[in-house]
Design a protein around this ligand. Structure first.
Ligand code: SF4
Length: 428
């Protein structure tokens, strides 16, 4: 149920911390809720299970976004709560315990169970944190039970991952050993590439959070240096910092510039010699440069409009404008966290039109007026805009695809070049 209605208010605000004006909109949003994150989180953490406590709508969303697995046992499910008044809450807790009992008896492979809250009022009435504590007392150490909210009232699309990772921070072991923690879900292939580069550079130990197995959680403490792989992890980053970790100052590893700057910030923290750094990254960087060159021509000078959805919009806009020559019409993003995004904003063209939040009808009007060559938006907007003759790219694809790092820079640019090439062929 991606539509969420908020207060009708918008204003143009000149943010005092930056030269770039930000259009802040607080109208109707067309953004997925945080449950969507389960799609990539359950693929990453092979021993975790995500039990959505929600309605049939939540079950439909997660089922259709994740697809139906025919040969494998799924690692997500929905406990559907019916209409209950407050007096019926004791029954709801019993019902939840019963579902968890059944699930854990049938699935001995589960080591971590996430109870994921949603927005139906019956679920809001339930205290899932207390339920997680109660169930942990029964099942720990065999199974750890955590909870977070993926509710559309509290979270947009990628904030579900932030909430999930944050729920694990309190259970990370303490260690003050100097280490690098890469935070944010990465495809295994990307994780392996980065692990190799860090190893070749002489940076370590390196931990990835979330790990491939939820039982292999990284330690955290005053020696931990955090490198964010995803730009939507505000709460997780703050929780890790409150456990003593240091957040490395970097942009995100999208494109050649982003990947180089990202790796550089870790290299600086480890005092890696610049010649060694340049030599280590040279082969991958040159491969990416050659690959990008093939597509740059297709994107150069093309106009781009990004609707707010995945929170990747600002880093993507930086990459597509600076490395591919695209002209930014509007860069919309669900929310701007300066701690995580200022470095990226500083690299956008000075005259960029930046918007935060959404008033979807007004934003659609602006897009229709501009008629950009390419529009990045959620699934709900893509089809209507395509029907109006506009070329779109689904933002959800950018979260599901491996796009970080040198070897994926070409795949990333291809994601944008392909719809334009298809349009060109249709016009011929
Ligand atoms: S959590 Fe809320 S917004 Fe998300 S699918 Fe369930 S009802 Fe819809």
């Amino acid at each position: 149920m991606p539509d969420v209605y908020l207060e009708e208010e918008d204003r143009m605000a000149q943010d005092t911390r930056t030269e770039v004006p930000v259009l802040k909109e607080r109208g109707q949003r067309e953004v997925f809720c945080g449950l969507t994150g389960i799609v990539w989180l359950h693929r990453k953490m092979q021993d975790a299970f995500f039990l959505v406590v929600g309605s049939r709508t939540c079950a439909h969303l997660i089922q259709s976004a994740a697809g139906v697995m025919i040969f494998a046992e799924p690692r997500f499910g929905t406990a559907i709560l019916g209409e209950k008044d407050l007096a019926g809450l004791a029954d709801a807790n019993e019902e939840l315990d019963r579902v968890v009992d059944q699930l854990l008896a049938r699935r001995p492979d589960i080591s971590t169970l996430f109870l994921v809250g949603s927005c139906p009022s019956e679920v809001i009435k339930l205290d899932l944190a207390r339920a997680a504590e109660r169930l942990t007392e029964r099942f720990f150490p065999k199974v750890r039970i955590l909870n977070y909210s993926g509710s559309g009232i509290e979270t947009t699309f990628t904030q579900g991952e932030d909430a999930c990772l944050k729920s694990m921070v309190p259970v990370l072991a303490n260690s003050n050993e100097k280490s690098l923690m890469v935070v944010g879900t990465l495809a295994d292939v990307v994780e392996d590439q980065f692990r190799k580069i860090f190893n070749d550079l002489g940076i370590g130990p390196v931990y990835f959070f979330p790990p491939r197995r939820a039982t292999n959680l990284p330690p955290v403490g005053s020696g931990t240096h955090i490198l964010l792989a995803q730009p939507f992890l505000s709460e997780t980053a703050r929780s890790l910092v409150s456990r003593g970790a240091t957040l490395l100052n970097a942009i995100y590893p999208l494109g050649i510039e982003g990947t180089t700057t990202w790796l550089e910030s870790a290299a600086r923290a480890w005092n890696i010699d610049n010649d060694h750094f340049q030599k280590t990254i040279k082969p991958a960087r040159e491969r990416a440069q050659i690959g990008l060159e093939r597509y740059r021509q297709a994107l150069n000078g093309k106009s781009l409009f990004l609707f707010p959805d995945s929170q990747l919009e600002i880093p993507l806009a930086r990459f597509l404008s600076r490395e591919c020559g695209m002209q930014l019409v509007e860069v919309g993003t669900p929310y701007i966290d300066r701690m995580l995004m200022q470095n990226e904003i500083d690299l956008l063209p000075g005259d960029v039109s930046l918007s935060e939040g959404q008033d979807v009808e007004r934003q659609l009007d602006r897009a229709r007026l501009a008629r950009p060559d390419m529009t990045v938006c959620g699934l709900g907007l893509a089809n209507p805009l395509e029907a109006e003759g506009m070329t779109t790219k689904w933002s959800i694809e950018l979260v599901f695809s491996p796009i970080q790092g040198y070897d994926q820079a070409v795949d990333l640019v291809e994601l944008f070049a392909r719809p334009l090439a298809r349009k060109q062929k249709l016009l011929v």
